[in-house]
Design a protein around this ligand. Structure first.
Ligand SMILES: Cc1cc2nc3c(=O)[nH]c(=O)nc-3n(C[C@H](O)[C@H](O)[C@H](O)COP(=O)(O)O)c2cc1C
Length: 327
């Protein structure tokens, strides 16, 4: 059955709207969607790149890759295969993807539902370690995007924790880095972006201390009773230091994160280990020297009776999705 173009556009518009829920570095939401008559385009919004934290734009592209995967998940939930051309025009490198609805197929709503349940959970997790079966499932989710998933082994955790600590020490003494954190944790409410103190926790005693997002205002999310003893650390590893690989890593990050959410697990990214070049190289060596670390993630079971993490804000479709005929 041929679909009326209007219905196709509605489907693509809905996918672009679902993609607004994607995670992004400091909730910068560095993307724009442009709807055309038979496809939608995902564009990088370089004005939202973080000068201090992300001069190469790798985390911007990871964030956009997550948005791309969210849109594909939304189309699949509506019963379409989603047909994606990545980086289709070498003359316009900020055009990251062109997505068509694709052929009708079985509707798959599981990851779609996880889009609205997923949160960055920065609290200590519970005692119980995620099992091998779910970790294998997360590995498959990453490999669907040709991205390798490395589970940091028990004998590597101390070295990994010191890499995180070193990255944080380097960044704390860098004014440009501090300026990015201050700017994106104090955004005016009406901008509907940035990280709110409602979703950050005070740094407490842990195996690994992630970055302090509370330079401007104290954290207000209760860390709860979690011991963090069961937490596992994952690293997504790509084959190249290049835009196409960072985009794929973002798609893999989204696939892994939505899959673990669907299985009742929670996560928060640790990107400081790839932001500082010397730490990135040290992490690469720790992982055996094969491939390039793109991002790390802490994953665990939420502590028993943990309250839901408040939902974080997003810009509206009006601000981020251009309609056909609009510039
Ligand atoms: C590429 C990328 C890097 C991120 N790095 C960190 C990080 O280092 N620390 C952290 O606490 N959250 C990190 N986040 C999570 C974002 O802060 C979070 O997605 C955003 O604030 C929106 O909140 P939500 O995920 O709860 O919707 C990262 C997210 C992405 C996509």
């Amino acid at each position: 059955m041929t679909q009326h173009p209007r219905a196709e556009i509605d489907q693509l518009a809905e996918a672009s709207i679902a993609a607004l829920r994607a995670p992004s570095i400091l909730n910068t939401q560095p993307w724009r969607w442009r709807l055309a008559s038979s496809h939608t385009e995902l564009w990088a919004d370089r004005a939202r790149r973080l000068d201090g934290i992300d001069p190469d734009g790798r985390l911007l592209l990871l964030s956009c890759g997550a948005a791309l995967h969210h849109a594909v998940v939304a189309l699949r939930a509506a019963g379409y295969a989603a047909d994606v051309e990545r980086l289709p025009d070498p003359e316009r490198p900020d055009l990251l993807a062109r997505i068509r609805q694709g052929t009708p197929g079985p509707a798959d709503g599981e990851l779609y539902r996880a889009i609205y349940r997923r949160r960055t959970d920065r609290r200590p997790f519970g005692d119980r370690r995620p099992g091998d079966a779910v970790l294998a499932e997360l590995r498959s989710a990453a490999e669907r995007h040709a991205v390798h998933l490395h589970v940091v082994r028990a004998d590597q955790v101390t070295a990994f924790a010191s890499a995180v600590a070193h990255a944080n020490a380097v960044e704390r003494s860098d004014d440009r880095y501090r300026a990015d954190i201050l700017a994106w944790t104090t955004r005016p409410r009406q901008e509907r972006d940035g990280v709110s103190a409602r979703s950050t926790v005070p740094t407490g005693p842990r195996t690994l201390t992630p970055r302090d997002l509370n330079l401007a205002a104290p954290a207000t999310l209760d860390p709860g009773p979690g011991s963090d003893l069961g937490t596992v650390y994952l690293v997504l590893v790509v084959d190249a230091e290049a835009p196409a690989a960072w985009l794929a890593a973002g798609e893999a990050l989204s696939d892994v994160w939505l899959t673990l959410t669907a299985r009742g697990l929670a996560a928060s990214p640790i990107s400081e280990v790839v932001e500082v070049e010397s730490v990135r190289t040290a992490l690469q060596r720790l992982l055996g020297g094969v491939g390039h670390p793109a991002i790390a993630l802490r994953v665990g079971h939420p502590a028993p009776d943990a309250a839901p993490v408040p939902v974080s804000t997003r810009r509206s479709g009006t601000d981020t999705v251009g309609l056909p005929g609009q510039p």
